[in-house]
Design a protein around this ligand. Sequence first.
Ligand SMILES: NC(=O)c1ccc[n+]([C@@H]2O[C@H](COP(=O)([O-])OP(=O)(O)OC[C@H]3O[C@@H](n4cnc5c(N)ncnc54)[C@H](O)[C@@H]3O)[C@@H](O)[C@H]2O)c1
Length: 444
Amino acid sequence: MKLAVIGTGYVGLVTGACLADVGNTVTCIDVDEAKIRRLQDGIIPIYEPGLEDVVKTNFAAGRLKFTTQLSGAIAENEILMIAVGTPPNEDGSADLKHVLSVARAVGDSMTERKLVITKSTVPVGTGDKVKAAIQERLSARGMNIQFSIASNPEFLKEGAAVNDFMRPDRIVVGCMDEYARKKIEQLYAPFILNRHPVIFMDIRSAELTKYAANAMLATKISFMNEVARVAEAVGADIKSVRDGIGSDPRIGYHFTYPGVGYGGSCFPKDVKALKQTSHELGLDLAIVDAVERVNMSQRAFFVKKIESHFGGTNGIKGRKFAVWGLSFKPETDDIREAPALDVISRLLQAGAQVAAFDPIARDNVREHFGAAHALQICNDQYEPLAQADALLLLTEWKLFRSPDFDRVKSLLKKPVIFDGRNQYSLEQMRDLGFKYFSIGRPAV
Ligand SMILES: NC(=O)c1ccc[n+]([C@@H]2O[C@H](COP(=O)([O-])OP(=O)(O)OC[C@H]3O[C@@H](n4cnc5c(N)ncnc54)[C@H](O)[C@@H]3O)[C@@H](O)[C@H]2O)c1
């Protein structure tokens, strides 16, 4: 099949590359000229395990192309997938300007039947807006051309995106006609040989499914963070509690790890957008509201732990902290809404010095903060530890699971670790002689 993917970010690039990998011819389009130039030069603009190989192989085979020319790609391809960003507006609602500008461009350029599939995460009702935007431009041109719209929200996880796309748990599709249904069935047939289903529904339900999925996952995280606070207060161990509840298949183990809260480009913005949509409808989503509040307060809760150990906010002033992990989760360079950056900002504001290491996200953080920023970013894992008052573990990269603890101890001023991801056992920390604080477990 021949198709165009508009927006070449985490979702668009993975989608385009994976669809090309099963034999389709895919044109990826982006407004970011530098990004497209780099891709044409074989440079992958994001870190995503396995992606580079898929992109390079399919680019070399001529099945994957990169361009900034949207109108040409619209003319040449029957299937158009929208994967542009939908960042939050000030009020938390999703900003649809990129999605709708693509829809208008489709209406401006199409000369024959098209299927427009929205992959971006968009509020319920966006399908109608996309349809209206295309129709409006077609009418302005005096054209009467048939087109179909569909919603196909993406569920890939950064860090495992290629695998998720290639072997999806499920593919959700909202569409209104047989033409769209057949085309999409054909498009995804190579990916469901594992028998996982394509679930067809109406467009509004598909749009809501994406928000419900992310809000449910965020709810699990915030819920466990709240229980972890109780565990700490009563002297219980959240790890045992997690083992105890997770064995119930109705609850399960996934997404029940307490920590410094969720981040990334999806959960924070999608929870906000769902809240905003419900406010506009006059609905008060108490749970969703609380999920966001708990998430933000979890970062403050972690910083409070550090303050308490050093004798309050003033005790932090002038101290040096070493941070391991900056990306919002392991195996990605994505730092959007990363809890680590929030924790670091709070420490810097309190007058501390911070030196940090991350195996992949360093350059993005340097770019994000600018050269003059007080955060020192190190290229070596052990460099930030020199003369630091404590080590803070904020992203659970595998590299941090079994470090050289003797070296850690010898470099730190005193052997103190604040672990925001519960990576180490209490027993091991006690035996090694660390003062060790984690989440929902007793300090040792
Ligand atoms: N990142 C994820 O893990 C993930 C997972 C599922 C769904 N989503 C959703 O997918 C969408 C894209 O997310 P992302 O993380 O890939 O975003 P991203 O910011 O990485 O990429 C978006 C790309 O769209 C491009 N763009 C913007 N306007 C454009 C236009 N008019 N024409 C062509 N290109 C344009 C941008 O330059 C950028 O490269 C969002 O709605 C997001 O919520 C993201």
